[in-house]
Design a protein around this ligand. Sequence first.
Ligand SMILES: CC(C)(COP(=O)(O)OP(=O)(O)OC[C@H]1O[C@@H](n2cnc3c(N)ncnc32)[C@H](O)[C@@H]1OP(=O)(O)O)[C@@H](O)C(=O)NCCC(=O)NCCS
Length: 174
Amino acid sequence: MTPILTISQASCDEDVVAAADLIDSRDDNHHPLDRAALAKARLLLLARLDGRLVGCGAIKAGDGEVAELGYLVVASQYRRLGIGARLTQARIDWARAQGIKLLWATVRAENQASRENLLKAGWQFYGDYLSIRGTGNTIGWYVLPLQQGLDIQALMAGPIGSRTPVSQGRGAHG
Ligand SMILES: CC(C)(COP(=O)(O)OP(=O)(O)OC[C@H]1O[C@@H](n2cnc3c(N)ncnc32)[C@H](O)[C@@H]1OP(=O)(O)O)[C@@H](O)C(=O)NCCC(=O)NCCS
């Protein structure tokens, strides 16, 4: 039988803990998860395949018309099946329904899978900036306007803050 994929909002503490455990099981070199911040996410979606948790994705804590996507992880043995794309589209649909005007997300320069996931969902590259953590890492910033005629630069001024733009080496950022 074809496995059934369901995407649903976290509805109890156990869901948040399960998502946090999945995020912490990431096989790449990510920053330690702030579980309290995850618990405050505006939206936390869980993807289950025949009931087994295989992915999650969130819209991070905050309020207002500009929101950040984050915490997207698909368990390594379930990748390239379209689950990440489904989680991203579901978050976009939810944001639009909430009246959010602009979504943004950051992706490390070397994370091709995540970058492609956003570009395929219609996102635009906004710019490369140095990591605010002082690591020297380049972080790619991406935006998805959900309304026409937005002043994206003005809306992004807050999130970007005083970060230093990286002008060269855009290369594969598309
Ligand atoms: C990023 C991630 C969530 C993608 O999940 P996924 O379920 O494998 O993604 P999908 O199957 O929906 O892929 C959608 C598209 O993204 C692109 N993509 C996904 N993985 C890719 C990879 N390894 N290399 C290149 N492109 C990739 C492809 O365009 C793909 O479409 P296609 O399979 O039709 O070619 C997954 O790789 C992951 O969990 N990575 C580790 C955690 C992480 O980096 N999270 C993001 C932090 S910013």
